[in-house]
Design a protein around this ligand. Sequence first.
Ligand code: PSU
Ligand code: MN
Length: 303
Amino acid sequence: MRVAEEVADALAAGGAVVALESTILAHGLPTGRNREVADEVERTVRAAGAVPATIAVLDGRLRVGLDGSGLDRVCDPAAGMAKLSARDLGPAIALGRDGATTIASTALIAHAAGIGVFGTGGLGGVHLPPPGTPSSWDVSADLDVLATTPVTVVCSGVKSVLDIAATIEVLETRSVPVVGYRTDTFPAFYRRESRFAVPWRVDSARAAAAVIAAHRDRGPGSGVLVVNPVPAEHELDADLHDRLLAEGMALVARSEVRGGDVTPVLLEHFHTASAGASLDTNEALVLDNVRVAAEIAVALTRP
Ligand code: PSU
Ligand code: MN
């Protein structure tokens, strides 16, 4: 593992650090825009008083904190970054590969590096089964890692292409507390609200930090999911959202896309079919989530 000097210094001094994933850059946003978002995300974390640590695997080494050329590589489609979930870390390390880390693998690496707070876009979850089948068996490893890794993930819930109800049930079964940040409702990524309530709500970073500290000291050893809805002015129009959703589901159902490729294919469809509107929503929610993550990380350093 190679930890960037700035990140190592901040951790040694007990300062605030926010982990950031690289799959969102390499496989969730179009080329060009991804590099801009990488910089904006880091700027936003710094503006809130924390040090950003973008995580990826380069040449088989776990990297915690990337410089400009590292971010260039992650964002360059010609670099051929694999999508690495938790199970892929061993093979990628041993075989000397390059890859972008999902929430699952980023959380594992962040925890190993001593980073407790992680800001991102949307959590992976339970996929709806293809028509005519009882189950997709497609349950993101993000849920498993959150169940066993004491890292706080700040995100905007899960996309409505997933089975939100089933995702919430798995989080409950696996003892992951779900905390609404200034909301009583589990957000649906592009939309501020789903049909489902959250069990807990906080209205400040300080209150979120208190929950995280108490969970860390007395909880079952799992992570914490803080859900923060997209800012209202950036929410995707409801009719456009419903149309994109129906199209995306049909696209996946009639294609051969499986496993880890499903989410990138859906995101790509949303971005092109909405002429970029979903991209603006995606970017706005990521920036807001990393700001909240940074504020929580700062609050955790000041008990
Ligand atoms: N949801 C999004 N954007 C993303 C992802 C999910 O809106 O970029 C990425 C994240 O990296 C997440 C991963 O951890 O997809 C989940 O993939 P899978 O469902 O294959 O586990
Ligand atoms: Mn999956």
